[in-house]
Design a protein around this ligand. Structure first.
Ligand code: HT7
Ligand code: ZN
Length: 871
């Protein structure tokens, strides 16, 4: 397909004020009648034809203002409907199409899942239902009538409020009419029909509006929706207090489905969710699942204002809704849980996913300027880096300035399709600050590096910080301009307390200095002792900091920094330095210091267990590989990490055993953050203690596996057993399968654990599991659980030296592509780090990618990823 360019944006030639849709649901022949009130855009080109998008559509009938249209007055193909000579500047076009939801394996448009009907329209799925100007800047008011066999689909849901419903007299069918008063783009359209159980609740908004809440799940799963409902109500309240945003319809419905391409979808008043992000019970969901549910429920709900009420002008502006909404959901979770622990886990994930993306062939700006397939831009850069950019804005403007800017943005653009320029202008106008340089964060790809050196002058009582910034070249961008980088920092004195942070005679506001030049020096004054600088506190900017901190400085910061993020980071930095050296086969010094610092942290009774669990977990293999930069041997990385894990486990065995014992509890499972933190630390101890495969360590894991009353502890024990090629592994995996056979979300975990085993036999195991009766290529969760987990989280086996892992992924991608291109192209993006590999593995990866790229008939999704990965 042709590249689409931001620079080519033109307003729509025709607008749609109203859409009346009529669906006669049928498993293979659903009849869709759309009545579009079309109006020529006064800002468009005079005389422009009506051009509507389609995708694989079968046209049955067309009429204008009620009169059937002759075949000569329009051009129709499955991909387009054109009226070259529209009869007037405003008229009603009636379009009847036939769609086959059962044949829809792409899961875009109208499709079937567990015999129910559902839709997914973002970004370009509505055109698979009817012809339409399927672009986010065409906002219309929708009324939807849905009709179906009453026995087959007793529940009929649409956007907005329910207007009427009842039987279709004289037939076995029934209907429901839904009306959404808020103008919206087509990507927010949704309907659901089927046999579903409703979990009901209600919410009264700050201004007293009563909202009926419904979560629809498979019959029998009702008890598992309680946590999601609670998270929804907390999200609704939080958006009122934190952002002054109320809900705006009488109904808010969520439907959980088991076949879904992504996590969830924010359709107006009718969110559709991957059931993984709705269903939870102590026996089936881990703490990570609970926090994932809380975050995704909040995220989709928050889209009601950031995405729905104010939407995107075009898909280049995707970060306008996604980055901002991720920021909002992260803030929500920080308020609901521990802020430092949430920040640590968000940054861990940012570095693993986004920094990696930003350093490889798929790097792109937060707001891309060109794309061939928009589905491939729902990325860590748009979402996670997009959120970091909003966070930096808040750091630069302060709490009050940020809130003023948000309020102005909502007031100015409510009901509109906006751009990043609109967003930034709201903050600039509300605070008087020039954000021209800041806007580079949206335009320049690549992770900036900050090189920082410090010099203390005892006689003058000053500390000079010399800072150099650079942004590496990335695809399509060889030259970079300097960015504005909010650098939160502290100067930590010898007693561990912060020394004054004063530039000249002025205290540094909020502890943040602004780096704006390529090279810049900051002279801090009034210091009577040499400080240790604590840089980028709270990870105030998404940059790589290369400082001249010594291992001793890091040990000191790990023990004393008042910024918890940097305490964590100091320890991680120490470990990362050692691991990177060891992975290159070099002798690494400083392990004793690391062990000491880790011991101090582990035994510090004042620290939150969740924080300890994060700080004591070694950097992952992908982070070590990124630190190495190139010529990576994943086996060397794995061996280095395993060896350090073993030595840490041995050295800290005493306090680890004590920790494990002390955190055991007979209290019933509760999913709150504090309880989850205790489980996290206890399970980290379990893992360290079993790392060497000692009989005692394995027995502890076996006992926990057998006795666990919740999925977190059971899975943690199973994960430990899965690391060791011993008879206990097979027995535990079999027992787990037998126990949870009928529970798809749990069986996904069973597939994943096996795909992650870092052993030579894993690829064969994965291939065998693809033949397991429970495996299906038609279910995205299952494919991701097995093949996705293998490719994305098992670096040694995916990157096998013989290339078999790479070849396998290419085979799966090619066979999946015809069925579900979105899921196939996401799997293929596991190759995003292939250029970092050592030459032998790199050659295999390149061959696999070329084989994919050279295959005729690829989807645009897979072709785009393959081509860019090789570029
Ligand atoms: N806005 C949604 C993004 C999305 C999506 C969701 C489900 C299936 C396909 C999809 N394509 C894009 C999800 C979100 O960010 O909230
Ligand atoms: Zn989103």
């Amino acid at each position: 397909p042709q590249a689409v360019r931001l620079a080519d944006y033109r307003p729509p030639e025709w607008l749609v004020d109203q859409v009346d849709l009529d669906f006669a649901l049928h498993p293979t022949q659903t009849r869709v009648t759309a009545r579009l009130a079309l109006r020529r855009n006064p800002k468009g080109t005079p005389g422009a034809p009506v051009i509507l998008d389609g995708d694989g559509l079968t046209l049955v009938r067309l009429a204008i203002d009620g009169a059937p249209l002759a075949g000569t007055s329009f051009e129709a193909s499955p991909e387009r409907l054109v009226l070259r000579h529209p009869p007037a500047d405003a008229f009603t076009l009636e379009i009847e199409t036939l769609v086959d939801p059962t044949a829809n394996t792409q899961l875009m448009g109208l499709y079937r899942t567990s015999n129910n009907y559902c839709t997914q329209c973002e970004p370009e799925g509505f055109r698979r239902i009817t012809y339409f100007p399927d672009r986010p800047d065409v906002l219309a008011v929708y009324t939807t009538r849905i009709e179906a066999e009453a026995a087959e689909a007793p529940v009929l849901l649409g956007n907005g409020n329910l207007v009427s419903s009842g039987p279709v007299l004289g037939t076995s069918r029934h209907f429901a009419v839904w009306h959404d008063p808020w103008p919206k783009p087509s990507y927010l359209f949704a309907l659901v029909g089927g046999k579903l159980a409703r979990v009901a609740d209600s919410f009264t908004t700050a201004s007293g509006r009563q909202v009926e809440l419904g979560i629809y799940v498979e019959e029998g799963k009702e008890t598992r929706a309680g946590y999601a409902m609670d998270a929804l109500k907390r999200s609704m309240r939080w958006d009122e207090t934190a952002f002054g945003r109320e809900y705006d319809l009488d109904v808010f419905n969520i439907v959980a489905v088991s076949d879904f391409n992504m996590g969830a979808m924010e359709n107006k008043g009718l969110n559709v969710f991957n059931d993984k992000y709705v269903l939870a019970s102590p026996q089936t969901a881990t703490d990570a699942d609970y926090s994932g549910i809380e975050g995704v429920i909040a995220h989709e709900y928050f889209h009601n204002w950031t995405g729905n009420r104010i939407t995107c002008r075009d898909w280049f502006q995707l970060c306008l809704k996604e980055g901002l909404t991720v920021f909002r959901d992260q803030e929500f979770s920080s308020d609901q849980r521990s802020r430092p622990v949430k920040r640590i886990s968000d940054v861990r994930m940012l570095k693993a996913a986004q920094f990696t993306e930003d350093s490889g062939p798929l790097a792109h700006p937060v707001r891309p300027e060109t794309y061939r397939e928009i589905n491939n831009f729902y990325t860590a850069t748009v979402y996670e880096k997009g959120s970091e950019v909003v966070r930096m804005l808040k750091t630069l403007l302060g709490e009050e300035g940020f809130r003023k800017g948000m309020d102005l943005y909502f007031a100015r653009h409510d009901g509109e399709a906006a751009t990043i320029e609109d967003f930034l202008a709201a903050f600039a106008d509300a605070t008087g600050r020039d954000l021209t340089q800041f806007a580079l964060w949206y335009a320049q790809s690549g992770t900036p590096t900050l090189e920082v050196k410090g010099a203390f002058d005892a006689a003058a009582g000053t500390y000079r910080l010399d800072v150099k910034q650079s942004v590496p070249p990335t695809p399509g961008q060889s030259e970079k301009k300097p960015m504005v980088i909010p650098l939160a920092l502290g100067l930590v004195g010898p007693d561990g307390a912060d020394l004054p942070l004063t530039l000249g005679n002025t205290p540094v506001e909020r502890g943040v200095v602004e780096v704006t030049e390529r090279e810049q020096s900051f002279l801090f004054t009034g210091l009577d002792a040499k400080p240790v600088p604590s840089l980028n506190r709270g990870f105030s900017a998404p940059v790589n900091v290369k400082s001249d901190l010594t291992p001793e400085d890091r040990v000191f910061l790990a023990a004393h920094d008042r910024d918890p993020f940097n305490r964590f980071d100091a320890l991680q930095g120490l470990a990362l330095g050692l691991l990177a050296k060891a992975a290159r086969g070099k002798v690494a010094e400083g392990e004793a210091a690391l062990i000491d610092a880790a011991r101090r942290l582990l035994t510090d009774a004042a620290l939150d267990p969740a924080f300890k669990a994060q700080a004591l977990a070694l950097p992952g293999e992908s982070e070590i590989a990124r630190e190495l930069g190139g010529d990576v041997d994943p086996d060397g990385v794995f061996a280095a990490r395993k060896a350090l894990r073993l030595r840490l486990g041995a050295a800290l065995a005493g306090p680890l055993v004590e920790t494990y014992a002390a955190l055991g509890t007979d209290a019933p499972f509760a999913p709150d953050a504090a309880s989850a933190g205790r489980r996290a630390l206890r399970n980290l101890a379990l893992d360290y203690l079993a790392a060497a495969g000692s009989a005692e360590g394995i027995a502890r894991a076996e006992a926990q596996f057998a006795a666990a009353d919740n999925m977190t502890d059971r899975m943690a024990a199973l994960a430990v057993l899965a690391q060791h090629d011993r008879p206990e592994r097979g027995a535990a995996l079999d027992a787990f399968y037998a126990r949870f056979e009928s529970d798809a979300l749990v069986i996904d975990k069973w597939f994943t654990l096996q795909a992650q085993i870092p052993e030579a036999g894993t690829l064969e195991r994965v291939k065998a599991l693809m033949l397991h009766p429970a495996f299906s290529m038609g279910n995205p969760n299952r494919v991701r659980a097995l093949v996705g987990a293998f490719a994305a989280t098992n670096p040694t086996q995916f990157n096998r030296a013989d290339g078999a892992g790479h070849a396998f992924l290419a085979d799966v991608v090619l066979s999946l592509d015809a069925r579900n291109p979105q899921v196939a192209s996401r799997l293929l993006s596991a190759f995003k780090t292939w250029r970092q590999l050592e030459p032998g593995r790199r050659g295999h990866a390149e061959a696999a990618l070329r084989r994919v790229a050279d295959t005729p008939g690829l989807s645009p999704d897979v072709a785009d990823i393959a081509t860019r990965s090789l570029g």
